[in-house]
Design a binder for this molecule. Structure first.
Ligand SMILES: Nc1ncnc2c1ncn2[C@@H]1O[C@H](COP(=O)(O)OP(=O)(O)OP(=O)(O)O)[C@@H](O)[C@H]1O
Ligand SMILES: [Mg+2]
Length: 253
């Protein structure tokens, strides 16, 4: 186990009082593990993903990496954590600067991590090749590429420094099935090559089941079911899991 999440909580004020978006969530991830984080819309998946990367501050609870509690207040600790844990956003285009070229966007984490300009440029070419895009895409801007391409570029940027864990938030939800498959294959080849662990956030339980060994199910901010994928598929215990399965089955009819 290298990531340990303990009793994370996050609430927001709402019209009737407080909305608990993440409610006492605890789980662990083993080195190189591929885990699906599932839940219906509004169940707290993105909030939990953001807490895991310090993009949103938790109200309470802790995140430990290799047994050390991460303090997102310290820039040094944050930097070291981001070398190991990277997050890919639900909306890829939103995470790119509109005035920066794709090449510059991918280079940014490399330059922050000790690469020289020339080394970073070489790595950008390697990464573009790895995600199946021509080298000249480095000179394009985000508005000049498609959603699926943007998602692959977001992956290239996140994996550029070879993190140990990649958190992917609904990264294939707006893509056609073929592009979706290509992106999953890319993630799996990374996992094979570098042993990258994946926390794959989705509402599509069959998609997650296709390649995640273990599933975590969120409902109303709580982790209501967790365990081996096949066990959960064959004998879902919680109504929220049953609903996710039902919704996925209805889609495939
Ligand atoms: N910054 C915020 N301020 C107030 N409420 C928020 C904020 N962020 C999220 N919420 C609320 O927290 C709940 C969980 O939202 P979250 O985005 O984590 O859900 P999700 O599971 O990712 O949903 P989706 O599948 O639609 O992406 C929702 O009710 C949402 O409205
Ligand atoms: Mg979300």
């Amino acid at each position: 186990m290298f990531l340990q999440v303990s009793h994370l909580n996050k609430s927001y004020p709402d019209t009737v009082g407080t909305l608990t978006a993440v409610n006492d969530v605890s789980f662990t991830l083993a080195v190189g593990e591929i885990v699906g984080l599932l839940g219906s819309s509004g169940s707290g998946k993105t909030t939990l993903g953001r807490l895991l990367t310090g993009l949103t501050a938790s109200d309470s609870g802790s995140i430990s990496l290799d047994g050390q509690i991460i303090s997102f207040d310290s820039q040094k600790a944050r930097r070291s954590y981001y070398r190991q844990v990277q997050y890919i956003f639900q909306e890829p285009a939103a995470s790119f600067h509109p005035m920066h070229t794709i090449g510059k966007a991918i280079m940014e984490p490399l330059l922050h991590n000790g690469y020289s300009h020339a080394q970073a440029q070489k790595r950008v070419n390697e990464l573009l090749q790895q995600i199946g895009l021509p080298a000249e895409y480095a000179d394009r801007y985000i508005y000049q590429i498609s959603g699926g391409e943007a998602q692959r570029i977001a992956i290239a940027r996140a994996i550029s420094i070879r993190p140990r864990l990649l958190i992917c938030d609904e990264i294939t939800s707006s893509l056609d099935t073929l592009t979706q498959q290509k992106i999953i294959s890319l993630l799996l080849s990374l996992h094979k090559q570098y042993g990258t662990a994946l926390l794959f956030i989705t509402h599509d339980i069959f998609l997650a089941a296709a390649f995640c060994r273990r599933l975590l199910i969120l409902s109303k901010g709580r982790l209501v079911e967790a365990g081996n994928t096949q066990t959960i598929l064959h004998a879902p215990q919680h109504p929220a899991t049953q609903q996710l399965l039902e919704a996925a089955r209805n889609l495939t009819i």
